[in-house]
Design a protein around this ligand. Structure first.
Ligand SMILES: C[S@@+](CC[C@H](N)C(=O)[O-])C[C@H]1O[C@@H](n2cnc3c(N)ncnc32)[C@H](O)[C@@H]1O
Length: 275
């Protein structure tokens, strides 16, 4: 069977907006709508405000145009479930020539990220961390679309660590567009992640001015990142709360979320209906 070219299909959908909107606007609106759909399956304090933003964005488009956005997200889900070892949105961003060179937005090619993760990863250090606190944490303070973190997730999996349960990903970028790409990819790949919009030099996380987006898998594993004794389940003292964020505890994925099995048995996030 011929392999689908998801990037090409995505660009064909984007082209349907041509003449009425700039690519930059459509890209950013697509990212905001997708990120909000993924975030709003969780009853967070930000849910209502994000929902309002979702409807405000959609109101700028015609009825038939609104239906294109979920189709675009669907292609991202398919691309990442076919091949989770890639920075799909990051490479699409470059392909569409939307990256902002003046902000240093040259995302690292995926195979380089994979190489860097592999040479940094030591089984003994990982074992020690897991024994000590039940999870490994990894931080990219200039995350872009999250290529480094995606590579780390895949390298951890190859070393026998279920990153969906035992890795805490922290990502920060000064640029909203980059952070939204990272949030969407971390969400779809089932990474427990805290994605922060803010200046990592002047306002490193946690800072009261940071805008913070946590993935569904973060909330599902929130108790695991608690500072309690190994094996003890502490619902009230997760990392988010330590950072002054409201705690949301989820035992199971919400009803409108479906977990599909991607390559190598990893779970991929998929929504039954758009928000
Ligand atoms: C060269 S890209 C690298 C992205 C990603 N780590 C990768 O390897 O693909 C650098 C990123 O850093 C971000 N950035 C630049 N200055 C920053 C700052 N002070 N705080 C947070 N992010 C910053 C840019 O927006 C850009 O997305």
């Amino acid at each position: 069977m011929e392999k689908r070219d998801y990037k090409k299909e995505f660009c064909t959908l984007m082209d349907q907006f041509a003449f009425r909107y700039s690519r930059w606007q459509v890209w950013n609106d697509f990212l905001s709508l997708s990120a909000i759909s993924l975030a709003n399956v969780i009853p967070t304090p930000e849910k209502e405000e994000r929902e309002e933003k979702y409807h405000a964005i959609l109101s700028g488009y015609r009825e038939e145009e609104r239906e294109i956005f979920p189709q675009m997200l669907h292609l991202v889900v398919l691309a990442l479930s076919d091949n989770p070892e890639q920075d799909f949105l990051g490479s699409l961003y470059h392909h569409l020539e939307l990256h902002q060179e003046q902000k240093g937005q040259f995302f690292t090619p995926y195979h380089i990220c994979e190489f860097m993760s592999e040479i940094q990863f030591t089984d003994s250090e990982a074992d020690e961390m897991l024994k000590e606190r039940r999870y490994i944490s990894v931080n990219d303070p200039a995350c872009g679309a999250g290529a480094m973190l995606i590579a780390f997730a895949n390298v951890a999996r190859k070393h026998g660590i279920n990153y969906q349960k035992h890795v805490l990903f922290v990502a920060q970028d000064i640029d909203r567009t980059a952070a939204m790409m990272c949030y969407i990819q971390m969400s779809l790949l089932g990474c427990p992640a805290i994605v922060v919009i803010g200046d990592s030099l002047a306002k490193p996380f946690p800072h009261p001015d940071n805008e913070v987006w946590c993935t569904l898998f973060y909330y599902l594993n929130h108790w695991r990142f608690a500072s309690g004794e190994a094996g003890e389940r502490q619902e009230d003292s997760g990392v988010a709360e330590e950072q002054g964020m409201a705690a949301v505890t989820l035992e199971h994925p919400p009803e409108n979320v479906r977990l599909i099995e991607g390559a190598d048995g990893q779970l991929m996030l998929c929504m039954e209906t758009a928000s």
